[in-house]
Design a protein around this ligand. Structure first.
Ligand code: NDP
Ligand code: GDR
Length: 371
């Protein structure tokens, strides 16, 4: 039985990857951070009591800023595969916390690679690094491929650039099986609530149910190549099953704007929107309501506005990936379209919003967490 160690197991990708590897028969170990509240919601459904017969899923307390902890966990687990998904992964937050982001995202990767080398596991343990389309930043070529030059535009992307190259360096220096997956944006109902797609689908669901009045966004012109996290974790595993280690772009090859994602989400809830105004004065007004998902809105309501607080000091305006290498060498293609993914996210968030609305109707206090 193969053993995998996942950093960031409590995050979006970590939870899907853990499920995927358990289905493949792996023994899966994940690193979780100590937090003042429970932070294992995304993996609670696969967590098995250690006293249950034959458990296959284990959680270890740890942190990417703590090398002795990482070394001890790797020594104890002796993993065949390490998936480094842990990160301070929010681009906007990286401008607020640049030093911490560098420590976790750049140095954390080095700490893991060094732990593997220090323990003499460099010929046994394969390594996957969660690299990112943010490396392209100010894009030099459209669409972006594995050979497109990098121009990172945030402390997050600069930290991930160090991680990308240290992975290449350990592969070249020590013959480690170490790969970069250069993943474009991927989302799901498990996406963190402050990333733009989930922020939109949650807000649209809450507005539809009359739980909040308006969604405030930053740059709605930004273009992204959005895929589904489930498709992308499958590819993370595929990258570690080859004869030789290599780096791959993982993308859908299609892009839409933030504004189009808002429109698509609203339509899924039965709300038609018209956008008007420019720059910080842009708004979206309800022009039609159908079905029974949106009792909280009426024609003429303004439900989307711009808040400059969400603009970034340096923006990545457009990202579009070319996954031809992944298709040719690994036979990977994404199965879930952005329309299907958006519908799944909106329906999921509508389900939650309806529960909240029902509780509110019966007099319970149900404040909805917001950014
Ligand atoms: P999430 O933000 O959902 O998950 C990040 C995970 O990292 C969480 O489990 C988090 O723990 C953990 N983490 C954060 N800081 C530390 C730390 N100091 N030590 C240990 N663990 C830590 O990200 P995603 O699942 O969306 O992304 C996974 C990886 O892929 C990240 O590295 C991200 O940068 C990268 N990536 C993501 C893309 C995307 O579109 N989703 C695209 C390209 C790359 P906790 O739950 O406690 O916060
Ligand atoms: P991104 O994702 O920065 O691409 O990083 P995010 O969803 O945060 O932003 C996408 C685009 O939307 C614009 N935007 C807003 N973003 C947020 N979060 N909130 C807003 O209100 C808002 N309004 C407009 C942003 O400016 C941006 O252009 C994600 C993360 O998962 C990274 O870890 C990963 O590496 C990259 O995707 C690929």
């Amino acid at each position: 039985m193969k053993k995998a160690l996942i950093t960031g197991v409590t995050g979006q990708d970590g939870s899907y990857l853990a499920e995927f590897l358990l289905q493949k028969g792996y023994e899966v170990h994940g690193i979780k951070r100590r937090a003042s509240s429970l932070n294992t919601e995304r993996v609670d459904h696969i967590y098995q009591d250690r006293h249950a017969a034959n458990p296959k899923f284990f959680l270890h307390y740890g942190d990417l800023t703590d090398s002795s902890n990482l070394t001890r966990i790797i020594k104890d687990v002796q993993p065949d595969e390490v998936y480094n998904l842990g990160a301070q992964s929010h681009v906007a937050v990286s401008f607020e916390c640049p030093e911490y982001t560098a420590d976790v995202d750049a140095m954390g990767t080095l700490r893991l690679l060094e732990a593997i080398r220090f323990l003499g596991l460099e010929k046994k343990t394969k390594f996957y690094q969660a690299s990112t389309s943010e490396l392209y930043g100010e894009v030099q070529e459209i669409p972006q491929t594995e050979t497109t030059p990098f121009h990172p535009r945030s402390p997050y992307a600069v930290a991930k650039m160090y991680a990308y190259w240290i992975v290449v360096n350990y592969r070249e220096s020590y013959g480690m099986y170490a790969c970069n997956g250069i993943l474009f944006n991927h989302e799901s109902p498990r996406r963190g609530e402050t990333f733009v797609t989930r922020k939109i689908t949650r807000a649209i669901a809450n507005i539809a149910q009359g739980l909040e009045p308006c969604l405030y966004l930053g740059n709605m012109d930004a273009l992204r190549d959005w895929g589904h996290a489930k498709d992308y974790v499958r590819m993370q595993w595929m990258m570690l099953q080859q004869d030789t280690a290599d780096d791959f772009v993982i993308a859908t090859g299609k892009q839409i704007s933030v504004r189009e994602f808002v429109k698509m989400s609203a339509l899924e809830a039965g709300i038609e929107l018209e956008f008007s105004g420019e720059g910080i004065n842009e708004i979206a007004t309800v022009t039609a309501v159908s079905g029974d998902n949106a009792p909280g809105v009426k024609v003429g309501d303004v439900i989307v506005k711009v808040d400059p607080r969400y603009f970034r000091p340096a923006e990545v305006e457009t990202l579009l990936g070319n996954p031809a290498k992944a298709k040719a060498k690994l036979g990977w293609t994404p199965e879930i379209t952005v329309e299907q993914m958006c519908a799944e996210m909106v329906q999921h968030d509508l389900g939650k919003a309806k529960q909240h609305a029902l509780l509110e109707k019966h007099g319970f206090d149900v404040s909805v967490a917001k950014e």
